[in-house]
Each structure stands twice: as C-alpha cells, then as structure tokens.
Design a protein around this ligand. Structure first.
Ligand code: NAD
Length: 483
C-alpha cells in the first residue's frame, strides 16, 4: 500500500484524476508545508461518481446482510493492521499529534466498520398480526447516500457515514473536507481491498460547490453532513428541495456543569478532555464550563497546574500531546475570539496567544469569570479555548446551560446520583455525560438536538437513518368492497 493516496478521487474501484479541476493544496498544519496537491471534482468526475454507484447498488442490496457485513469486517481488520500508516497520514492531514491519531482515528473508523458489519445481518422488519390478515415490514436501503465531512476527524467521519450506509445496502459518494482530503481516499481503498464491489464507496474532492452539486442531483436519496450550523442550513434546504433524507451533525457550545461535591480530579480531567483534546477542534466539546462557587478556586488552581503538563510540539514526537490548529484560517478565527474574550472583560487565566513557533499553534487558553452574554460564551470557537462561568444553584445553572441555540452535548460532574440524573433530564442536548466527558463509542447514539443536528450516528439508531420501512399488508380472506 502506498502511504499516500495516488490521485485526487477514488471512483468505481480505482483512483482517478482530472487536472481540469481547481487545485486543492493539502497543508501540514505543524509547519505550513504543502504535502499534497489535489484537484476538485469536475462535472465529469461528479457524473462518474454518481452513475457508477447506481448499477453497483442493485447487486449490493440483493446480497444478504451477512455477506455485506463480512466485507465491512474484513475492512475493519485491514484498517487495524495498517493503523500506524493511517495514523501518520491523519497526523499530516490534520496536524493532530500521533499520540492521538494512533488511538482515536483509524481505530474508531475500524470500530464502526466492525460494528455495522456485525449488525448488517440483523437488519430486519417486523410481523404485525391483524387477526387473519397480517402486515410485515421490510427495512430497505435508501439508495445513493452522499456523505460530506468536516476536517477534525476525517477517517472517523468517512467510516461513521460509510459503514452504516453500506451495511444497510446503500451506495455512498463521500466528499471529505477540502482542508483534510487524504484519509477518506485510504478508507475507500481499504474497503475495495476487503472485497467491496466497485462503485459502492466513491470519494471525490471539492469545496462547498462540489458538495452542493452532489445534493442537487436527483439520483441522490440522502445526505449526511458533518459541519457547521451555517453549512447545515444550506445543505438541509437543498436536500428538502428534492425531499431527500438527511442526517445533520453540526456544531455546539455545550455546557459542562461542575458541582461543589464533584470529584475535583475527575472534573478537571473532563474539562481538559472537553476543551483541549485535538486542540479543541471537537464538535461536542464542553466549552462553557459552569463551576459552582464552592469549588471554583480549587478547580481553577488544579486546572492551571494540570495544564503545565501540556506538551506542544512536533506532532510526530509521540510524547507531544498538543498539536496545531488545522489551518491558518482556523487559527485566525480562534485568535479573533481570544481578542474578543479579553476585550469583553473575561479574566485570562492561562494561554491567550499564538505559540512562538512555526505552524498554526495556539496555547491552550482558559478564561475565568466569563458571563453568558460574552461572545466567547455564545459562539462555537472550535479551538483550545475554555470559558469558565460561575454559578450558585442547580436551578440557575440549568436555565443558563440551556439558553443556547445549540444542543449537541452536555455534561455534569457531581457525586449526588439523583441530582446527576435530574440534571441530565433537564439538558436540552442529544449526547449527555455524567462524571465523564466526550467519549463516543460506536455502540452509543451520537448527535444533537436544536440547531446542532437532525438524526443520529452510530449505534442501532443509525440503521434507521440509512434505511426506510416498506409495509406490506397481506390479505388472507375474501376482499369486501362496498359495491
Ligand atoms: P463546514 O461547515 O465549513 O464544512 C463542512 C463540509 O461541508 C465541508 O466538506 C465543506 O466543503 C462542505 N460544504 C460547505 N458548503 C457546502 C454547501 N453549500 N453544500 C454542500 N457542502 C458544503 O465545517 P468545517 O469547518 O469543515 O468543520 C467544523 C464544523 O463542523 C464545526 O461547526 C463543528 O462543530 C462541526 N462538526 C460537527 C460534528 C458532529 O458530529 N456534530 C463533528 C465534527 C465537526
């Protein structure tokens, strides 16, 4: 296997190139160096990507679920065998430390392939008795699904969408983010090496316009987007025009509530995981950390101590645990929020500036005494910036935690079992945590409510979003008619 993909697109079982497409430069965020030059999909490539899925899907949906699942599970095994090479590629593409990519990217992609591979044979309908007559239901594939990815977890997103789509008997055309175009090509390559028939999982490159062209095509039955709320609005509207199915995995500004009785060390760990892993570029991050007044000073002082263990540097040094932002553009967005935090009166506890080194590094930053109206407490930053807000009572904090248009995730740290469940019941969010934060195993549904999304990924829930029910009424007696 070549370590890097050998062309821009993977269509109908092979790498293809069309130099007429606009150039996409793939930049290694730790140095700014160009590591690959790709081309956006031209209309000819888009046509090839869509038309090749159609014929392939007819055969694929007719196979048994067990046969389909076997191919996905084989792909999972290959991904695990190649984890090191795939992690190196992911680190180059995203800048995330190898220490992270080795355990969180291809491995979680493999988990999805294995899980949905196992489930494929168990996708069934039901029997509904009606006296003599009966109805049976059939869970059928949707047809052609389009997946559109964000740049923070390129391999994982390609698999979280591809695995359930294929398990249900669909075909997929996947468009990765233009910022991190490489890894999804390797996913396609591995799926085909595992025996996936050509045309069932095509990967094409491009910016938003290529995504929009895919959604506009009448042959497409579903679109699953991972991206920001503004993009989600556009994609959802375009899909509505063709009455297509959608899954929307969008942004967040999630609350993490720490009560006085919380285990301090665990609460600090949760806040670190929920703000600084992947340099803060995680959609479900708990970026509004509400800390009750009795534990606030202890929390801030322990957090500051723990942040001295941050090791920023060369992402390929396996002792490094904190990498750059994915791009210069994203770094500049985050720097803008750092200025806003300071100018709107938040107290800077640690960090607060670009690191003095090559690449797009920003120091892990904590603002304290943040108030609900400040920009850094309202808008998704998608960078290593934690806002700590003070609170006194459960009732007060619940109202403030939910006072946002987002509803992706929410977490609570407390030793009081009844309170933990009461708080989670009150959260207006799709993915909640008690005494931990940001874990996303494939067995559990993942997704948001309110502006953060529609539908769920992972778990048995995802099957409902990549299939539809046909109901069949079977008459067993004479047919009665009024005349
Ligand atoms: P983005 O919205 O800028 O882009 C996402 C994808 O949509 C890209 O592939 C882009 O090319 C494509 N796109 C843009 N305009 C389009 C259009 N009009 N039609 C079709 N496709 C279009 O997001 P990003 O900057 O790549 O990623 C960061 C965002 O993603 C954050 O808001 C983050 O919270 C969110 N995110 C959500 C999840 C989740 O599971 N909920 C996971 C990761 C990231």
């Amino acid at each position: 296997m070549n370590a890097q993909p050998t062309a821009s697109h993977f269509v109908n079982g092979a790498y293809v190139e069309d130099d007429a497409g606009d150039v996409i430069e793939c930049i290694y965020p730790a140095t700014g160096e160009v590591i690959a030059t790709l081309h956006e999909a031209t209309p000819a490539i888009i046509e090839q990507a869509i038309s090749s899925t159609k014929a392939a899907q007819v055969t694929w949906r007719a196979m048994t679920g067990t046969e389909r699942g076997r191919i996905l599970r084989r792909a999972a095994d290959i991904m695990r065998e190649r984890n090191h090479d795939l992690s190196v590629l992911e680190t180059k593409d995203t800048g995330k430390p190898l220490q992270e990519t080795l355990v969180a990217d291809a491995t979680s992609g493999a988990d999805a392939l294995e899980y949905f591979g196992g489930l494929a044979g168990a996708i069934t309908g039901e029997h509904i008795p009606l006296g003599g007559d009966f109805v049976y239901t059939v869970r059928e594939p949707l047809g052609l699904c389009v997946g559109i990815g964000a740049w923070n977890y390129p391999t994982q997103i390609a698999c979280w969408k591809g695995a359930p789509a294929l398990a249900c008997g669909n075909a997929m055309v996947f468009k990765p983010s233009e910022t991190t175009p490489l890894s999804a090509l390797k996913v396609a390559e591995i799926l085909h090496e595992a025996g996936l028939p050509a045309g069932l999982y095509n990967v094409i490159q491009g910016r938003g316009a290529v995504g929009a062209a895919l959604i506009a095509d009448a042959r497409v039955d579903k679109v699953s987007l991972t991206g920001s709320v503004p993009t989600g609005r556009k994609v959802y509207a375009a899909a509505a025009d063709g009455m297509k199915h959608v899954t929307m995995e969008l942004g967040g500004k999630s609350p993490l509530i720490i009560f006085d009785d919380a285990n301090l060390e665990d609460a600090v760990s949760g806040a670190i995981l929920g703000n600084f892993y992947s340099s803060g570029q995680v959609c479900s991050n708990g970026t509004r950390v509400f800390v009750q007044s009795g534990i606030k000073e202890a929390f801030l002082s322990r957090l500051t101590e723990r942040l001295t263990d941050v090791k920023m540097g060369d992402p390929f040094d396996e002792t490094v645990n904190f990498g750059p932002l994915v791009s210069e553009a994203q770094m500049n967005i985050v720097l803008g929020y750092l200025d806003k935090g300071a100018s709107e009166g938040a107290r800077l506890v640690i960090g607060g500036k670009r690191a003095d080194r090559d690449g797009f590094f920003i120091e892990p930053t904590v603002f304290a005494d943040v108030t609900d109206d400040m920009t850094i407490a309202r808008e998704e930053i998608f960078g290593p910036v934690m806002s700590v807000l003070n609170f006194e009572t459960e009732e007060e904090v619940m109202a403030r935690a939910n006072a946002t248009e987002f509803g992706l995730a929410a977490g609570v740290f407390t030793q009081d079992l009844a309170r933990a469940h009461r708080v989670v019941t009150g959260f207006e969010a799709g993915t909640c945590y008690i005494n931990t934060y940001n874990l996303a195993p494939v067995e559990a549904p993942f997704g948001g409510s309110k502006m953060s999304g529609v539908g769920r990924e992972n778990s048995k829930e995802a099957i409902n979003h990549y299939s539809q029910v046909k109901s069949v009424y079977v008459g067993m007696g004479p047919v009665e008619a009024p005349f």
